[in-house]
Ligand binder design. Structure first.
Ligand code: G
Ligand code: G
Ligand code: MN
Length: 345
């Protein structure tokens, strides 16, 4: 019977775990090994070997999560979240293979003349059943399942090709994941994307975040120097949250610093937020870095940011991220998104 089968599987699993956990002698030392076990029963947990193997793997995953050295039976309810994730992972992989992740572009305007000087490329994935998936979700999924290099390269290449058709003074900014610095091939990937698209290197900006220096600090800064040597601009993104450190500016001359939206959100009411913005502007002036305020939503925020000395502004007040077609039209029409900025400045 099924109950008897279950009991028997449990006994066998326990026996395996006990015997594997037994210390054993090698030449000189006593070694310890361990195991985790995922169990499926046929037919209730699946009819095909593929299905059974997949479900056993989900049960194994949960056994490991429970602290290892344990055996778990597959449980459709308990393993639903993991299963869901795995499905999304497969679908993301397919979307990347089809070149199906799209780019939206959000303009950045200069505080002085008020014109669009660049556009930031933002990844967009519309899932066939689930609709739009938020980029923070699928970017971190891509990071976790080893797809970020491939996706990052694909988006960079597309952004360079798109921007190649824009007016010459408009730059394109592409976000980089800190993990893209680990492969060792980033510089070559960027160089090829620029060469193949024919875009002038100084029209390409790469946005990096503070997470960038999580691992090998030396190698990271070497790569930033090498990127710089290609002629592109390097921006530090989301500055003012997380573990943003002033020491980065000692290590590397960033072209621009982007002040995180959370500082901008509070700038009207919080003296601290205002002081942080002013401090970053001071840093920017001393080090010849542009200062971009992100996530600007109201005119009042804009006035304070411009008066504080931010050189560039980005946010819904000017434009949401738009399709490449809409952006092209905005650029061609020379629509002055920053008309309000010019007045304030
Ligand atoms: O696009 P918003 O529109 O929701 O983006 C959410 C987050 O995802 C932001 O922190 C943004 O930097 C990040 N992001 C968007 N597109 C990309 C991308 O192409 N690559 C990487 N690494 N991050 C991206
Ligand atoms: O981390 P990064 O700065 O790359 O993230 C950009 C994110 O901020 C994107 O998700 C983009 O859609 C979002 N964003 C840009 N401008 C605004 C804004 O004015 N308001 C809000 N709420 N989000 C914004
Ligand atoms: Mn960004």
């Amino acid at each position: 019977t099924a109950a008897r089968l279950r009991e028997r599987a449990d006994e066998v699993a326990s026996a395996i775990l006990t015997s594997v956990a037994e210390p054993f002698k090698t030449g000189r030392v006593v070694a310890h090994a361990g195991a985790s076990i995922g169990i499926v029963l046929m037919p209730e947990d699946g009819h095909t070997t593929g299905q059974l193997r997949e479900n056993a793997d989900l049960a194994l995953y949960r056994a490991k999560q429970m602290g290892k050295g344990k055996a778990c039976f597959f449980n459709a309810e308990m393993d639903a979240a993991a299963q869901d994730r795995r499905k999304l992972e497969t679908e993301l992989r397919e979307a990347i293979e089809r070149d199906g992740i799209e780019l939206a572009y959000q303009p950045v305007v200069a505080a002085k003349p008020g014109q669009i000087t660049s556009a930031e490329a933002l990844a967009r994935w519309t899932h066939p059943d689930r609709g739009p998936i938020r980029p923070d979700i699928f970017i971190s999924l891509a990071e976790e399942c080893g797809l970020i290099d491939r996706l990052g390269e694909q988006l960079l290449r597309r952004a360079c090709r798109d921007a190649q058709e824009w007016p010459d003074h408009v730059r394109v900014a592409v976000n980089l994941s800190p993990l893209q610095f680990l492969s060792g091939s980033l510089i070559e990937t960027v160089r090829r994307a620029i060469d193949d698209s024919g875009i002038r290197a100084d029209r390409v900006q790469l946005e990096v975040t503070e997470g960038l220096v999580i691992r090998d600090v030396e190698r990271t800064f070497e790569q930033l120097e090498a990127l710089r040597a290609l002629g592109i601009q390097v921006l530090i993104d989301d500055f003012g949250v997380g573990y943003s450190s002033l020491s980065y500016f000692q290590r590397f001359p960033f072209d621009k610093v982007k002040i995180d939206k959370s500082c901008v959100d509070d700038i009207v009411t919080s003296r601290a937020a205002k002081a942080i913005v002013q401090a970053v502007v001071g840093l920017g002036e001393a080090l010849d870095m542009g200062v971009v305020a992100e996530g600007v939503e109201t005119e009042e925020q804009m006035r304070i940011l411009v008066a504080s000395g931010c050189t560039h502004l980005q946010g819904y007040l000017f434009s949401k991220p738009v399709s490449v077609h809409t952006l092209r039209k905005m650029l061609m029409a020379k629509r002055n998104l920053g008309a309000k900025v010019s007045k304030a400045a």
